[in-house]
Design a protein around this ligand. Structure first.
Ligand SMILES: [Zn+2]
Length: 255
């Protein structure tokens, strides 16, 4: 563990498979630097799928060498739930998990991720960190919605992609429904081209690696009650306005 690295990273995952599709390469890079990675599963999908998805998730985390915490009585985050009622309940559960494991960095979905469950978990994560009273690094990922600004690019090669695919393959039921393995590879290939431009500045030289993951790293500074960009060209800039801005989905659909 370098002096920069926390001892524990908490991955806050709306669904089984988000621990790999959200920012799996970032989590594996932390794990390789001897950071304990704990995945917090905020739901197991529809009631009829839960046992299958729990088994798939357990196997995926085993393959990825992530520890697994499953919220046992989470408020529903799907379309049948009430997101306004669920948000503070989920925030308390996430805050409690982060404190229990002693998380120094938390990784989770952007509150603008396009998927209603992801956005709800993103807002609850934001609220949990703000209520914690602790300075924390929070790394946001975008899967269904693009991040407005990416300030960190984690490059990787064929071996890491194969490791991610092997873990993702444990989610066999989800892969049978849609080709998330193709999404993982295609998104990683796109990010290797977008990364130098978006993070290094437009006109930057390409990195030699074929794949990458783009994320937005921020820091919550409790004394100032302020969210800051952590690293990159805009380091230190305030981003709380974006984290608190209602998403396009919320504005347009009221959900
Ligand atoms: Zn998801």
């Amino acid at each position: 563990v370098s002096s920069e690295d926390p001892a524990v990273a908490l991955a806050v995952s709306p669904h089984p498979d988000d621990e790999l599709l959200g920012a799996g390469a970032t989590l594996m890079a932390l794990r390789d630097r001897d950071v304990r990675v704990v995945n917090l599963a905020c739901s197991l999908g529809r009631p009829e799928d839960r046992e299958r998805r729990r088994a798939e998730l357990t196997e995926a985390c085993r393959r990825a060498s992530f520890e697994l915490l499953v919220l046992e009585q989470p408020p529903p985050i799907g379309s049948t739930g009430d997101p306004v009622a669920a948000q503070p309940v989920l925030a308390r559960m996430i805050g409690s998990a982060a404190a229990t494991v002693g998380a120094g960095v938390v990784v989770g979905p952007s509150p603008h991720d396009g998927h209603p469950g992801h956005e709800l978990v993103g807002r609850a994560l934001r609220d949990a960190v703000e209520a914690s009273g602790r300075e924390l690094e929070v790394i946001w990922w975008g899967l269904w919605g693009e991040l407005p600004l990416a300030n960190r690019c984690v490059y990787f090669g064929e071996r890491r992609l194969a490791e991610l695919q092997r873990a993702l393959a444990a989610h066999a039921g989800e892969l049978a429904r849609n080709r998330f393995d193709r999404l993982l590879a295609g998104r990683a290939a796109a990010a290797a081209v977008l990364g130098p431009e978006r993070v290094g500045g437009f006109g930057s030289a390409a990195c030699g690696e074929p794949y990458a993951e783009l994320v937005m790293s921020t820091r919550w500074v409790p004394a100032a009650r302020r969210w800051e960009l952590d690293g990159g060209a805009g380091a230190g800039a305030a981003v709380g306005w974006w984290l608190h801005e209602p998403s396009a989905r919320v504005r347009l659909a009221g959900a």
